[in-house]
Design a protein around this ligand. Structure first.
Ligand code: IPE
Ligand code: IPE
Ligand code: MG
Length: 245
């Protein structure tokens, strides 16, 4: 075997981020209420987490609810919050047992108080786990996150505690909700839509994007593996010249 080829073999993505889209269309196609699509979506979440654990991917971020999703009909928002509440109550012990560290990014103060408390507790309980870092984005909006970070830095500067000339990419990154989490290497969106919908705009600057036609409730471990295989075939250049062929 050619050893030089081995040494340049691309590494597994350290961080995979997923825009879990298509629950509503999955239900519509079956003449079912959207809620049932979301419920099936929760099963796909389990499969995706299992796949990440199996492949040894250290960071997995799942986009569960955007800041803009509050615009949906109240009944759907309530259904989604109910599902989230039940998910946190029923899955936490299992996640903890599997060595998964759970973190939630987003506008926590917009979530129902009891859910915010469940999240606080889950984060504390699982904070020493290291097998998989599971980050769930809830009431998350990347522009809101960036604006909040800019506001905090401006407040620090105005109070004389921060020299504005020290604000650079690194300092800004440390001010984001994802501080300490590596940027996503691979970003997957299901349901055939090809947009970011306000997800990790800063962090995904150099992410490889993979769009999957399947609707989220149909997503299986094999689909995660196929997306990772596609990622491994990509040539990440970060602005540098392409390697000569
Ligand atoms: C993704 O599925 C879940 C959330 C955004 C909460 P959708 O509910 O967006 O499903 P579609 O896109 O309408 O099919
Ligand atoms: C993005 O999906 C948010 C989540 C998957 C949680 P949407 O369904 O809300 O996005 P748009 O409205 O199609 O852009
Ligand atoms: Mg959608």
């Amino acid at each position: 075997m050619d050893e030089s080829r081995l040494s340049t073999e691309p590494a597994l993505p350290q961080h995979v981020a997923v825009i879990m889209d298509g629950n509503g269309r999955w239900a519509n196609a079956r003449g079912l209420p959207r809620t049932l699509g979301h419920r099936q979506g929760a099963e796909a979440v389990r499969r995706c987490i299992a796949g990440a654990v199996e492949m040894g991917i250290p960071y997995l971020t799942l986009y569960g609810f955007s800041s803009e999703n509050w615009r949906r009909p109240m009944t759907e928002v309530e259904d989604l919050m109910g599902l989230l509440r039940r998910y946190l109550q029923s899955e936490l012990a299992e996640l903890h047992e599997q060595g998964i560290r759970l973190r939630v990014i987003g506008e926590r103060d917009r979530l129902p108080g009891d859910i915010a408390r469940l999240i606080d507790d889950a984060e504390v309980r699982t904070c020493d786990n290291a097998r998989l870092n599971l980050i769930i984005a809830l009431s998350y909006g990347s522009r809101q996150e960036i604006a909040a970070t800019a506001r905090r830095l401006a407040e620090e500067a105005a109070a004389g505690r921060l020299d504005p000339s020290l604000i650079d990419e690194e300092l800004f990154t440390e001010g984001l909700l994802t501080a300490g989490i590596p940027d996503p290497d691979l970003l997957i969106r299901t349901s055939g839509e090809q947009r970011l919908s306000n997800f990790l705009l800063w962090q995904a600057a150099y992410s490889e994007l993979v769009f999957v036609d399947k609707l989220w409730p149909d997503f299986e471990e094999a689909d995660l593996m196929a997306a990772v295989e596609e990622y491994l075939r990509r040539d990440r250049r970060y602005g540098a010249a392409a390697e000569s062929q």
